[in-house]
Design a protein around this ligand. Structure first.
Ligand SMILES: Nc1ncnc2c1ncn2[C@@H]1O[C@H](COP(=O)(O)OP(=O)(O)OP(=O)(O)O)[C@@H](O)[C@H]1O
Length: 293
């Protein structure tokens, strides 16, 4: 399977934060949801992919090309939606479009006008008067109007109401029907991913935890509930982390089949949400730090 993005052994340090030996790929023709808590390095990774930041070491290629020699070509083929205002806000959307379209060989005015209509955006009002949601919609209409093969979005659904969020997912779904497109986007709203994502990439504290197909996550991970009497030094090793209360324990396993073998009928095994996986992984990492300091 072809990779559209390849990140290999990338390090990037800021004061108090490090992306550590990040290696991950994004598959062509699929939607990959990029998840992780606050401040774990999602935007930093996206900026590295967009060449808005350069790695301290390691390599990044997009469409099999490197930025050093092929920046223009790569950028032509990407539609980018960013969680901050990247427009000249004293301009109107129509004026902004005239500036942006000059950069793209495949700019499509008709397509842009269609999105402006779908998103109900004013063309002549100054962008600075736009609400957060309108700004995101404006960003989307611009990013989607030059027939990009790869759509990269940093938190595209933040600031959008639930109805429009759903409509946006429909639009992304339609885009994917073309078969040649790839979407990579970060989000905190993990339930959005259930309907649209093929793959999930999860990072925590600057480290790549996994990239897996959504169905594979459901096969491997499980929430396990049972009585405290089942836990001892050995059985606790089954879990990424455990939450104990007076009534029993709830824990996350990354090896559902083995956990079923170990505990049999004595526990309840449930399907985890992506939020469960993020929560228990964070707790597990905190415990690890506690035990090792
Ligand atoms: N230009 C920069 N200079 C210094 N530190 C930075 C810079 N950009 C990001 N950081 C730090 O790197 C860490 C990761 O930030 P990043 O924006 O990548 O996280 P994130 O996963 O996107 O978080 P969120 O979900 O909250 O947006 C944070 O501690 C942030 O303060």
């Amino acid at each position: 399977m072809e990779n559209v993005i390849e990140i290999k052994n990338v390090h990037k340090s800021f004061e108090g934060f490090q992306l550590k030996d990040l290696t991950l790929t994004v598959k062509k023709g699929f939607v990959t949801g990029f998840i992780g808590g606050n401040g774990v390095g999602k935007s930093t990774t996206i900026k590295l992919i967009m060449n808005l930041l350069q790695p301290d070491s390691g390599t990044i290629s997009v469409f099999g090309l490197n930025y050093k020699e092929h920046e223009k070509e790569i950028k032509q083929r990407i539609g980018f939606v960013y969680d901050e205002n990247v427009f000249y806000d004293h301009l109107s959307l129509a004026e902004m479009k005239e500036i942006v379209k000059r950069s793209y060989v495949n700019w499509d005015d008709q397509l842009f006008n269609d999105y402006v209509k779908i998103f109900n955006l004013p063309l002549t009002k100054k962008i600075k008067s736009f609400s957060k949601g309108m700004m995101m919609k404006a960003s989307l209409s611009i990013a989607l109007s030059h027939h990009a093969e790869l759509i990269i979005m940093d938190e595209p659904t933040s600031g959008l109401d639930p109805i429009f969020r759903r409509e946006l997912l429909d639009i992304l779904h339609q885009l994917m029907q073309d078969g040649n497109k790839t979407i990579f986007f970060s989000t905190h709203i993990t339930t959005d991913l259930d309907t649209i994502a093929d793959y999930i990439t999860f990072i925590h504290q600057g480290e790549h935890i996994f990239t897996k197909e959504l169905y594979q996550i459901e096969e491997e991970y499980a929430i396990v509930k049972g009585g405290l009497d089942l836990l001892d030094r050995e059985t606790e090793k089954e879990f990424i982390s455990i939450r104990k209360s007076n009534y029993g324990f709830e824990a996350l396993t990354a090896n559902k089949v083995r956990t079923e073998e170990v505990f049999g009928e004595m526990v309840l095994i449930e399907k985890p949400t992506l939020e469960d996986i993020m929560y228990y992984t964070k707790k597990g990492a905190e415990q690890y730090v506690q035990f090792n300091t």
